[in-house]
Ligand binder design. Structure first.
Ligand SMILES: Cc1ncc(C[n+]2csc(CCOP(=O)(O)OP(=O)(O)O)c2C)c(N)n1
Length: 306
């Protein structure tokens, strides 16, 4: 979670220096969801991150330099400069690429779950969607498909209270998103998405149920988008009192406090972790900045099938 936040902060600096090509979508305040859910998976499982799931990609083995190269459109990045934010994957690491069209990953991940059943691969598929994303047809079609075929799929709703400038109360009448699970006959639960241990244990249960043939689950994680929709958006439309309330529930500060109060991390150990991450990120940013942009003749390979 600390690494997730530190990479996010560095990206913010790079954006302000004009070095990030394209938009920058922060996961500030939502780190517990990405990290807690990704750790609940086994190696063979497939994860389908969305743009705020930087932490999940780090848990699955992507390096900070991959992220920096990607955002700065370097040839060494996962998409070799073809895309400039989190739209990348690597099936060797069990990561399906994020799809920009909201909701579209749900049927795709259902398809992955179906292929796992047909091939007896014992894989669970897990993906994410925002509160706004749950209002598109693909979310419902994908969930219905997975529920009807009893597929090993876990869908994590990151309810961060806003879809761009639209609060949840202006997106739906029943604002308890986990209730929609009942319509498809699958378990649904709403949990504190800023409590990493709760996120981990709830996801673990759903993953184990899916693996044993118990079918899909919907987990709604309540959280808050602590920045604008993207770096260009100052989120003037969000009441500052709401931001202040959620700042007190910061998932990283809460987990570090928990570790310290339970004798699992001393203040010195905490500082050691922070110093190690700072050093590591200095090197990773330097690597990305020194990396070349893609050669102009390499733009087509890998875009279309041969
Ligand atoms: C089908 C579709 N409609 C609209 C968009 C444009 N769009 C991108 S992100 C976004 C808001 C998403 O809100 P939410 O799902 O709540 O996720 P959050 O950004 O809050 O994490 C919109 C409208 C899109 N990518 N896909």
């Amino acid at each position: 979670m600390r690494l997730n936040r530190a990479v996010d902060e560095r990206l913010g600096h790079l954006y302000r220096q004009g070095k990030v090509v394209g938009g920058l979508y922060s996961s500030l305040g939502q780190e517990a969801i990405s990290v807690g859910t990704a750790y609940a998976l086994e190696k063979q499982d497939i994860l389908g991150p969305m743009i705020r799931n930087l932490g999940s990609t780090l848990v699955r083995g992507f390096k900070p330099r991959d992220i920096f190269c990607q955002y700065m459109a370097r040839a060494a990045g996962p998409t070799h400069g073809r895309d400039c934010n989190l739209h990348f994957g690597d099936l060797n690491r069990g990561v399906m690429s994020c799809i920009s069209m909201l909701g579209a990953l749900i049927p795709v991940m259902s398809g992955i779950a179906l292929s796992s059943v047909l091939r007896k691969e014992n894989r669970v598929a897990l993906t994410y969607i925002g509160d706004g994303g749950t209002r598109v047809g693909d979310f419902h079609e994908g969930l219905n498909f997975a529920a009807t075929l009893n597929l090993p799929l876990v869908v994590i709703v990151e309810n961060n209270q806003y879809a761009y400038s639209t609060p949840v109360s202006h997106q739906m009448r029943n604002t308890r998103i986990s209730d929609f699970a009942a319509a498809y006959g699958i378990p649904g639960e709403t949990i504190d998405g800023n409590d990493v241990l709760k996120v981990y244990s709830t996801t673990k249960k759903a993953v184990e149920r899916a693996r044993k043939g118990g079918g899909p689950s919907l987990i709604e994680c309540e959280t808050f988008r602590m920045k604008g929709h993207a770096e260009h958006d100052d989120a003037k439309y969000v009441p500052s009192q709401l931001v202040a309330e959620w700042r007190k529930k910061d998932p990283l500060a809460r987990f570090e406090k928990y570790l310290q109060e339970n004798g699992l991390m001393t203040p010195t150990e905490q500082q050691t972790v922070i110093a190690r991450i700072t050093r590591e990120l200095d090197d990773e940013v330097a690597f990305a900045e020194a990396s070349p942009l893609p050669d102009e003749h390499t733009e087509l390979p890998g875009v279309y099938a041969d």
